[in-house]
Design a protein around this ligand. Structure first.
Ligand SMILES: [Zn+2]
Length: 113
């Protein structure tokens, strides 16, 4: 699944002045910290501030993960982990450590069977 359309709509509203930067750049401090430690550099600038502090990181959810459920991982690691889990899901989030913009970039769902 790709969340580009939802993201574009949000950014369009921001550019039209319907949403303030505070409303869309609301990353939790915990998310910013995770992005700094685990985040992979995105190959594109931040869509809000234009800086190159955009990072990608993964959140993994699966019943079998126990204490690792909902934890942040490096993208590569998160994808591998989710793929090994029955019903696992990996959400890739883009986070700007400069302006705090954050949005779901992609979701990968493992086979349920
Ligand atoms: Zn930014």
């Amino acid at each position: 699944m790709d969340y580009t359309l939802a993201k574009r709509a949000l950014l369009r509203e921001f550019r039209q002045g319907l949403l303030s930067r505070l409303e869309i750049c609301d990353a939790h401090p915990e998310l910013i910290r995770a992005a700094r430690y685990l985040g992979a550099e995105a190959s594109r600038p931040c869509p809000v501030c234009g800086g190159f502090e955009l990072r990608l990181l993964a959140y993994v959810y699966a019943d079998g993960l126990q204490r690792n459920n909902g934890r942040a991982f490096e993208v590569e690691e998160g994808l591998k982990l989710a793929a090994r889990q029955r019903g696992g899901a990996c959400y890739v989030v883009e986070v700007c450590t400069n302006c705090y913009w954050n949005h779901l970039a992609e979701a990968f769902l493992a086979r349920t069977g």
